[in-house]
Design a protein around this ligand. Structure first.
Ligand SMILES: [Zn+2]
Length: 325
């Protein structure tokens, strides 16, 4: 065989790389097909599918789990899928099955809005399927150790495996340019945790606010991971300020997409909680006395239905933050 020129060798090497990529794409498609088949059989077994799908607006979709835990969002189009939050490890197949009903494109990226397991628990599996994981710097650091989460007085979950960690992190913001639109992911003020990201799909005019915004219960402030009640008021102000009358908003938890008016309702709840606790504190009551006085009783029907996190859990946090001011 005659010696190959450097150019021919270069072309051959490039071809080998392209073949490798093609092979891994084929492999991923195969894995997805298997997942869709398994996911569908689960969906058929229950009355309501494990994830309810909503077309939000533009290129953005929302997937609401039957158990109200963490609402993933997705930007879909010919360039591939950008997924927001990976939900629990055990839900990944169901989530992918719902996603496959909307698009058969590859999932290229997943962004974790924060460190809680119903938002990043599926990272491990998605990484194995070749999805690139992104999150704020803080989320990666939080994932290096055992994680404490707030409900029921603080429960511990083991540090996620190395494969579940974000491979790309950002300190302030990062932008995606795909499916003919710009998606801006940026750090919110410390609110639900100290590493909350907001996602704004510019072309579609849709926000995903992670758990800073929830429509089904009182705000959860995760003090173990840097959350702040006053920061939550600030973060909601930021989101309301950047939204218009047609903006749609995916809440971290709650039924279906919301909008600017829905965010204002939630921000009013935050103001009401702060003002009522402040007033009683100024009358000289302790945090325990304020909890016992049930100052949010008239809101409990609307927001107090989840026993693992009620107004009784939020009031001492507000009290403590007022004390620090
Ligand atoms: Zn959360």
């Amino acid at each position: 065989m005659p010696p190959k020129s450097a150019f021919v060798v270069m072309v051959m090497e490039a071809q080998a790389v392209i073949n490798k990529i093609k092979y891994s794409k084929l492999l991923r498609m195969f894995v997805f097909c298997i997942l869709v088949l398994t996911g569908n059989s689960t969906a058929q077994d229950s009355e309501r599918p494990p994830f309810k799908h909503y077309f939000v607006q533009g290129n953005v979709h929302m997937f609401e789990p039957a158990n109200t835990n963490g609402n993933p969002g997705a930007l879909v189009g010919d360039d591939g899928i950008l997924l927001i939050d990976s939900h629990f490890d055990f839900s990944v197949e169901d989530l992918l099955a719902s996603l496959r009903e909307v698009s058969d494109q590859e999932i290229n990226f997943v962004v974790n809005t924060h460190v809680h397991p119903d938002h990043m628990g599926g990272n491990n599996k998605l990484a194995a399927y070749g999805v690139t994981i992104l999150a704020h710097d803080t989320v990666r650091l939080q994932m290096l150790e055992e994680i404490r989460i707030p409900r029921r007085g603080g429960t511990f979950i083991p540090a996620p495996p190395a494969e579940a960690r974000p491979v790309i992190t950002y300190s302030d913001a990062i932008s995606f340019h795909l499916n003919e639109e710009e998606v801006r992911v940026f750090l919110a003020p410390p609110a639900h945790t100290g590493g909350d990201s907001f996602v704004y799909f510019k072309g579609s005019d849709v926000l995903h606010l992670g758990d800073v915004f929830r429509t089904n219960m009182y705000p959860i402030i995760d003090k173990y991971n840097g959350g702040s009640f006053h920061g939550m008021i600030e973060a909601m102000g930021l989101a309301i300020g950047m939204s218009g009358p047609n903006t749609k908003v995916i809440p971290g938890h709650g039924a279906g997409p919301s909008d600017r008016a829905g965010m204002i309702v939630y921000q009013d709840l935050l103001f009401t909680m702060r003002d009522r606790v402040k007033e009683l504190k100024e009358e000289g009551m302790s945090a325990e006395q304020i909890v016992a006085a049930k100052p949010m009783a008239d809101y409990d029907d609307r927001y107090g239905g989840v026993p693992s996190w009620t107004a009784d859990d939020v009031i001492p946090i507000i009290y403590e933050e007022l004390q620090e001011q």
